[in-house]
Ligand binder design. Structure first.
Ligand code: NAP
Ligand code: MG
Length: 474
């Protein structure tokens, strides 16, 4: 089905001011790195956006010292009610500069402006608002009120500003100081956040931002001056970090990969379920740890669901991330595109049937069409491995017990979705699904008051809500 014609409605990039090069944010100011540098690109155009400093071990040392000084001299001594004022101020500035942050995020990451504007940035602000409220009430948290010290925080590229907020807001509310590293491909909103810290008059050294690649992250988590490691990223790197800190008294929380089941029963409202399936796997190009990448459909409605799903997928608009009509933006990097292509080709080779929504892919940049595989079994690698892209594997089931068994048959346990008209069945399923979050008749809903985290190889520790304080208190 041809999408109806429309007039492009691009958001103007004029609101952002990208500098040709960026240093590191240490001790409240931008300083030159002592290492080399790298480039960040716009994945929708492949245009180089800026030259970014790559923090060396010496820079990591400098940042950890700045964070320690700020912790000892200022931040850990400040009453919670005073810390809260800074967090509220940061939340308000994020809200005030939301358009700038959203445009910058879409340019550096490739995600549609509709999502950066309506999801990433408002929820990032909401996290600061939420944890600001906790800063003077920690004695009621159930986890004590003593901070840990200096936290090393390493985040991925799929929700750059939002993952920063998930990490920094609870850490600061609890009285810790931080050294944070954004992902190599998406450093720009973290660097704008550094400016926001300056604008909020946050005491120097409370937040330090180090750009760099995996080796910078490694130097951070292994630095002896760190009390806490908070990591979001792949299970592979998470395991390496767990090994690296084993035997030290560093506290660790790990938010890792997922392969969520989105389970549709025959009594579900099918059109709503189809919206939820689409949102579950095509939101943020499928670069979502909790993406509903395994669709489990009850056999009796399989044909109906598949027909409506393909029809809906055919109406998704893929293209310019800054266009307000865009549903599916660019894949974040050429490396990620290669990974998605490779796992999809494994799906072909394993005998599953690939179907992609008919859409023209732009000639420059990194793109992958919304795709689904049918004829998938539990043994297929596309049913087991995280693809982290806009690719859905479709399986079927007959009974609720079979749905539970298939859903739990994965090394991961981050999230799951259940679509049914019956509340009792939803509760029965939720009791049995081994996943940190179970959504019913919705998917990919995030709220700062609600804890988020995994079972099994999806990691340990929770972020968000009262539970999110536990990882930052002694
Ligand atoms: P990744 O390769 O593990 O990278 C995550 C971060 O770790 C990046 O900043 C990366 O730096 C850094 N890093 C790489 N090697 C490191 C090392 N040896 N020591 C310390 N830091 C290191 O993951 P990704 O591909 O960026 O992100 C996708 C993954 O994140 C997916 O598996 C997804 O499921 C997971 N994720 C989980 C959650 C959750 O809440 N559970 C949320 C979002 C994403 P560079 O980028 O510079 O390489
Ligand atoms: Mg980029």
């Amino acid at each position: 089905m041809e999408p109806f014609p429309y007039a492009p409605a691009p958001e103007s990039p004029a609101i952002v001011d990208i500098r040709p090069s960026y240093g590191l944010f240490v001790g409240g100011e931008f300083v030159d790195g002592r290492g080399t540098s790298f480039k960040t690109v716009n994945p929708a155009t492949e245009e180089v956006l800026a030259e970014i400093a790559e923090a060396s071990p010496a820079d990591v040392d400098r940042a950890v010292q700045a964070a320690r000084t700020a912790y000892d001299a200022v931040w850990s001594r400040m009453p919670g009610s005073e810390r809260a004022k800074y967090l509220f101020r940061i939340a308000r500035i994020i809200a005030e500069r939301s358009r700038e942050l959203a445009v910058l995020e879409s340019i550096d990451n490739g995600k549609p402006i509709r999502e950066s504007r309506d999801v990433d940035v408002p929820i990032a602000a909401a996290h600061f608002f939420y944890y600001a409220g906790w800063a003077d009430k920690l004695e009621h948290s159930g986890f004590g009120s003593t901070p840990l010290g200096v936290a090393a925080q390493v985040i991925p590229w799929n929700f750059p500003l939002l993952m920063l907020a998930w990490k920094i807001a609870p850490a600061l509310a609890c009285g810790n100081t931080v050294v944070l590293k954004p992902a190599e491909t998406t450093p720009l909103t973290a660097l704008l956040f550094a400016e926001i810290c300056q604008q909020a008059d946050l005491p120097p050294g409370v937040v330090n931002i180090l750009t760099g690649a995996g080796s910078t992250g490694q130097a951070m988590v292994t630095h002896p001056g760190i009390d806490k490691v908070a990591f979001t990223g792949s299970t592979e790197v998470g395991k390496a970090i767990a090994r690296a800190v084993a035997g030290t008294d560093k506290r660790v929380t790990l938010e890792l990969g997922g392969k969520a089941a989105n389970i549709v029963f025959d009594d579900a409202p099918i059109d709503q379920a189809v919206e939820g399936i689409v949102d579950g796997i095509f939101f943020n190009q499928g670069h979502v740890c909790c993406a509903g990448s395994r669709l489990l459909v009850q056999e009796s409605v399989y044909d109906d669901v598949l027909e409506r799903l393909k029809r809906r997928m055919s109406t998704l608009r893929l293209g310019d991330p800054l266009d307000k009509n865009t549903d599916v933006g660019a894949i974040n990097s050429s490396e990620q595109l290669l990974r998605i292509r490779a796992l999809a080709e494994v799906g072909d080779a394993e005998g599953a049937d690939r179907w992609s929504a008919p859409c023209d892919l732009p000639t420059s940049g990194f793109w992958f069409p919304p795709t689904l595989f049918t004829g998938v079994t539990q043994a297929h690698r596309i049913a087991r491995e995280e693809i982290f892209g806009p690719v859905l594997s479709v399986l079927t089931f007959r009974t609720p017990a079979e749905a539970v068994e298939k859903a739990n048959n994965t090394p991961y346990g981050l999230s799951a979705g259940v679509w049914s008209d019956k509340g009792s069945r939803i509760l029965w399923m939720a009791d049995r699904l081994k996943a940190g979050v179970v959504w019913s008749n919705t998917f990919n809903k995030f709220d700062p008051t609600s804890p988020f985290g995994g079972y099994k190889e999806s990691g340990y520790g929770r972020e968000g809500g009262r539970h999110g304080l536990e990882g930052y208190l002694r």
